[in-house]
Design a protein around this ligand. Structure first.
Ligand SMILES: [Zn+2]
Length: 143
């Protein structure tokens, strides 16, 4: 059992240190700021995802078509000179299923899913890009 006088002394010791109090107040402010930033960025994340998730297909630098990422679709890109690409959007992923380009690099390209990812068909000057999609945080850290 602690004597009453001892408890009072301990309490006085804790509350008497003003530096300790300052630190605690700063901690509360910091936690509040961190929470606020987290909430705001979370809000932006959901807003971006809802509003802007789209696949933009450009041919020769001009926008050929813009399609929602959530919408499953198959887009055939046919150019006047006979160049041909086929893009599939399914479950938030985009990939090139067919093309009559000589290198077929675009067809071999991995499926894209994250914001700013692209599939490029150099011979046909076709670029498929995801805008406003999910941020690839792993990729950002790796860079
Ligand atoms: Zn290609």
């Amino acid at each position: 059992m602690m004597e009453p006088m001892n408890i009072v002394r301990v309490l006085k010791h804790i509350s008497g240190s003003s530096g300790c109090k300052m630190l605690k107040r700063n901690d509360v402010i910091m936690t509040g700021i961190v929470l606020l930033i987290a909430l705001v960025s979370l809000g932006f994340f959901f807003l971006n995802k809802k509003e802007g998730s789209a696949v933009v297909i450009t041919v020769n630098g001009k926008i050929y078509q813009q399609i929602e990422l959530e919408q499953n679709n198959t887009i055939k890109i046919e150019q006047e000179n006979g160049d041909y690409n086929e893009v599939v959007i399914q479950d938030g992923y985009v990939w090139m299923t067919d093309a009559d380009c000589p290198d077929k690099l675009c067809v071999k390209h991995n499926k894209i899913h994250y914001n700013h990812e692209t599939i490029v068909c150099l011979p046909h000057k076709v670029v498929v890009e995801i805008i406003g999609g999910e941020e690839n945080t792993v990729d950002i850290i790796a860079k």
